[in-house]
Write a protein that binds this ligand. Sequence first.
Ligand code: SF4
Length: 314
Amino acid sequence: MNSSIPTSWLEPEAPAAAAPNTAKIERETHKLEKRLCRQVGQAIVDFNMIEEGDRVMVCMSGGKDSYGMLDILLKMQQRAPIKFEIVAVNLDQKQPGFPDHILPEYLATLGVEFHIETQDTYSIVKRNIPEGKTMCSLCSRLRRGILYNVARRLKCNKLALGHHRDDMLQTFFLNMFFGGKLKGMPPKLASDNGEFIVIRPLAYVAEKDLIRWAAHREFPIIPCSLCGSQTNLQRVQIGNMLRDWEKQYPGRLETMFTALQNVVPSHLMDSKLHDFQNIQTTGVEDEEGDKAFDAEDFTPPSLSGLPGMQVVSL
Ligand code: SF4
């Protein structure tokens, strides 16, 4: 953790005094809010996600994650040691039954700057993808292009997406199991057209906390199955695997997430990351050197010793 960062990114204000009968619920909720703010603040700091003068386009799908992201970012904006702007953006893709009044009404009550972009990608996808084939790849390509255009028009330099810790772990395993790559979902990266910085402020946040926060805040969630696309079976399979592991071995998700922040290229096999060709002896002891026949020590590094990590019990 960067200790020179002002704590105002990380600490919400104490709650006002509560009536005795609601005190316990409020205490729990305040703990949850504190954790969400701390984890989002920590991710922003650790990856330098938001800087002075940024104009951040917060992509809103109408799902619990994007509502939670906007909610916490607005709190962060109040107490951040720097000035930055937030513009909430939703792309109405004209899926049948999409309740297009919900987001504008909700965003208007927040008083946040927002923009609803309406473009009928649904019809384009339906016209071009044969019945029964998955529509997601064309749909998301179209969506990406439109969102870049909107960001350009709104003069935003950063795009905030609502992916959380569990999404990142899922992507890591999807890449490993189906893509043959050790590759996850980055907390911050330049967009593929090189024009924007994409950030994921919920990188340290567990999905179960976002579910609880959405219920507490009563976000007007828009169902995500309106497009009628087939479920991504690979993602469902990985999601189930992770949930089963967590049930059977509590804490495993935290340990795996820690591993994503603690990579040892010399102990993998990618010659692009480590120069195996030219390894020489140094005559100097090195904890990370090969221990030959000794059994490996699989004790994970202290979870609390790594940025953004803590074991969450609910
Ligand atoms: S689930 Fe539906 S809206 Fe989402 S990318 Fe796939 S086709 Fe598009």
